[in-house]
Design a protein around this ligand. Structure first.
Ligand code: NAP
Length: 284
């Protein structure tokens, strides 16, 4: 059993804790607010909790699960309490900007990103089994200690996640396509609908919205903090993806404007075929 510490007990930190305590690991949780620490203990997400960073002392593996913009500062603050040989990992949705700083702070650092989430945030929506069947990306570099990588890999595998490994920059370019671009597209979809100038039509559209709109608007209706942090910390890759998306939309608009229905059909056939390649490994 590894002695685990989780810093930041929200959706991801809390969900990790629920699984890791279930598998018998002693898990100490460190929250910013005392109420969060108490709630985590009460729901069994941790076996010990508090607000003092010194609680990480003695941990074998530390998961930093704070919002993206607090990860490096949190790592710097806990490093003095860690024993030599301790492994540090994070779960942040961007890697290229964070990993070099984190590796400089702690030699036993391994970048990670479990690709599971929800529209809501916070400990209250944490869920056991959240990572089951989902991709869990590890982003080692030439500086990564092989034994540290192996220990994080073993824990991630124990969650039932599908492990994947790539360079931090490759991670950021890939998630720009399948995670960060969809948030911006979905948000724009909702706001474009809201731009309908006839209040009666707008009200009717809101009444008629059903499963299609529910699917396509889900990530645009998520917590704004996470989307803003994605854009801020993965700006270049997201801008590239948005440019390509705009180009694609313009092409489709031209085909519809010129009534080129064969080309519209061909475009939609290509997207229908391509979609399955992205979702073939999904179990739920
Ligand atoms: P969350 O539910 O908002 O939880 C973040 C927790 O961090 C909060 O409970 C808060 O604790 C604590 N916190 C906030 N600011 C802090 C600070 N400055 N210093 C220390 N602790 C702080 O967020 P989340 O969705 O779990 O995201 C956490 C990390 O997971 C992020 O790095 C994100 O990129 C990554 N991630 C998110 C998703 C997703 O879809 N949500 C998916 C994969 C990875 P208190 O309650 O005590 O204030």
């Amino acid at each position: 059993m590894e002695r685990i510490a989780i810093v930041g007990l929200g959706l991801i930190g809390g969900s990790l804790g629920l699984d890791l305590t279930r598998y018998g690991h002693p898990v100490v949780g460190i929250a910013r607010r005392a109420e969060t620490a108490e709630e985590a203990l009460a729901m069994g997400a941790v076996t010990e909790a508090g607000t003092e960073l010194a609680l990480v002392t003695g941990a074998d593996v530390v998961f930093i699960c704070t919002p993206i913009d607090a990860v490096v500062a949190t790592a710097a603050a806990i490093a003095p309490y860690l024993s030599t040989g301790a492994v540090m990992t994070d779960v942040a949705s961007v890697k290229g900007e964070l990993v070099p700083s984190l590796e400089a702070l702690w030699p036993g650092f391994v970048g990670g990103h479990p690709m599971a989430g929800k529209a809501e945030a916070g400990l209250a929506v944490a869920e056991a089994g959240l990572f089951q069947g989902r991709p869990y990306v590890l982003t080692p570099t030439e500086r990564t200690v092989p034994e540290a990588l192996e220990r994080v890999r073993a824990i991630a595998a124990s969650l039932g996640a599908n492990l994947c490994q790539c360079h931090p920059d490759q991670h950021d370019r890939a998630v720009a396509w399948i995670s960060h671009l969809p948030v911006m597209v979905s948000s724009s979809l909702i706001l474009a609908c809201q731009g309908e100038s006839d209040p009666a039509i707008l009200a009717l559209a809101q009444t008629l919205a059903s499963s299609g709109f529910q699917d396509t608007s889900r990530v645009g209706g998520g917590v704004p903090e996470l989307g803003t942090l994605m854009a801020r910390h993965n700006r270049t890759a997201l801008l590239d993806a948005l440019t390509q998306y705009q180009h694609q939309l313009e092409q489709l608009k031209t085909l519809i404007a010129t009534e080129d229905w064969d080309a519209v059909h061909t475009t939609l056939t290509h997207s229908q075929t391509a979609r399955s390649v992205y979702l073939h490994h999904r179990q739920r």
